[in-house]
Design a protein around this ligand. Structure first.
Ligand code: HEC
Ligand code: HEC
Length: 263
C-alpha cells in the first residue's frame, strides 16, 4: 500500500515538475543549433561570436561601400534591448519584428537585408540570438501597439500646420531641428545606451530605418526606439495629435524627397 502511494506521489511529482524530456525542448535545441550555424555564416562578422556587437566590423566601426563611409554599430544582443519594435517601450520585440529587421535589413546603418537566407534559417537565427540575453527567458514579448487606418486628414494643409506646432511644443525640434535636418540644439550631445554617439534622424535624408510610410512614423514616436534617446510619446499625445505630427514629418520628408510613398 505504502509503495503504491509512494510511487503515485513520485508519478504526480514527475508530472508537475515535468521530469521527462519534452519533445518541444528537443525541437527548440535543434532550432537553436541550426540558428547558430546560420549566425556563424551571416551575422558573426558584425554581431560577434558572443553576440555583443564586437565582431570584426563591430570593432572597426567603419565600412566603406561604393565610396560612402558607413558608421557601423552592430547591436549588442546581450543587453536584450531592441530599437525596432511594434511593442510598447520597455518590452521585447515580437518574432515578427525581428524577422522584419533581419529580412529587410536596416537602411543607413550597415545592417544588410537577408532576403536570400531561407525563411526557416531566418527563424532559427532568431531563436539563437535570443540565447545571448536572459531577458528572453524571463519576459514575454510585448503586445503590438494598435495603429488604426491612416485618417483622411493626414497630409492636409491644416493637419501639417497643427503638426508643425506640436513638433515644436512637444520638443521633437530639440533633437531633430526646426528644419528637420537632425540638427536641433541637443543633437550634438546624444549617446545611445552603449555610450556611442548617435545622431537624430535627418528627415531630409528620406529613408527611415523601419519603413518610411505614415504608419511607420506613427509607430516610431509612439513606441520609441529603446536604447536610443528617441523617446516614446505613448502617454502624452492623443490620436489626432499623433496623426498631425505624422503629417508634419511627411511634409518635412517631402520637401526634399518628393518621391516618398505615403501609405
Ligand atoms: C555588415 C554588418 C551586419 C551584419 C552582417 C548583420 N548585422 Fe544585424 N545589425 C548591424 C547593425 C550596424 C545594426 C544596428 C543598426 C541600428 O541600430 O541602426 C544591426 C542590428 C540588428 C538587430 C537589432 C534590431 C533592433 O530592433 O534593435 C538585429 C535583430 C540584427 N541586427 C540581427 C542580425 C542577424 C540575425 C544577422 C545575420 C543573419 C545580422 N544582423 C547581420 C549590422 C549587421
Ligand atoms: C532627445 C532627442 C529626441 C527627441 C526629443 C525626438 N527624437 Fe526622434 N530620434 C532621435 C534619435 C537619436 C533618432 C535616431 C535613432 C537611430 O537612428 O537609431 C531618432 C529617430 C527618429 C525617427 C526615425 C526612425 C527610423 O526608423 O529611422 C523618427 C521618425 C523620429 N525620430 C521622430 C520623432 C518625433 C516625431 C519626435 C517628437 C514627437 C521625436 N522624434 C523626438 C532623437 C529624438
Amino acid at each position: 500500500m505504502r509503495t503504491t502511494v509512494g510511487s503515485l506521489l513520485v508519478l504526480l511529482l514527475g508530472m508537475v515538475l515535468d521530469l521527462h524530456p519534452r519533445p518541444a525542448a528537443a525541437a527548440e535545441e535543434g532550432l537553436v543549433a541550426r540558428g547558430k550555424a546560420v549566425y556563424e555564416v551571416s551575422c558573426v562578422i558584425c554581431h560577434g561570436p558572443k553576440g555583443d556587437g564586437k565582431g570584426l566590423t563591430g570593432v572597426i566601426h567603419r565600412a566603406q561601400a561604393h565610396g560612402v563611409v558607413i558608421q557601423l554599430y552592430p547591436r549588442d544582443f546581450t543587453a536584450g534591448m531592441f530599437k525596432f519594435r511594434t511593442t510598447p517601450t520597455g518590452y521585447l520585440p515580437t518574432d515578427d519584428d525581428l524577422l522584419h529587421t533581419i529580412t529587410e535589413g536596416i537602411p543607413r546603418s550597415g545592417m544588410p537585408s537577408h532576403q536570400d537566407v531561407a525563411l526557416a534559417d531566418r527563424q532559427a537565427v532568431i531563436a539563437y540570438i535570443k540565447t545571448f540575453s536572459k531577458r528572453w527567458q524571463e519576459e514575454e514579448a510585448g503586445t503590438p501597439v494598435k495603429i488604426g487606418k491612416v485618417p483622411t486628414y493626414v497630409s492636409t494643409a491644416e493637419s501639417v500646420k497643427r503638426g508643425k506646432e506640436l513638433y515644436k511644443k512637444v520638443g521633437c525640434f530639440q533633437c531633430h531641428g526646426l528644419s528637420g535636418k537632425g540638427d536641433g540644439p541637443s543633437s550634438d550631445t546624444l549617446k545611445d545606451a552603449w555610450g556611442d554617439k548617435i545622431l537624430p534622424f535627418d528627415f531630409t535624408s528620406g529613408t527611415l530605418k523601419m519603413g518610411s510610410g505614415a504608419v511607420d512614423i506613427y509607430r516610431t514616436f509612439v513606441t520609441g526606439l529603446d536604447g536610443t534617446p528617441m523617446p516614446s510619446y505613448e502617454e502624452s499625445l492623443d490620436e489626432q495629435q499623433r496623426w498631425d505630427i505624422v503629417s508634419y514629418c511627411l511634409d518635412l520628408m517631402q520637401q526634399w524627397k518628393p518621391q516618398v510613398v505615403q501609405q
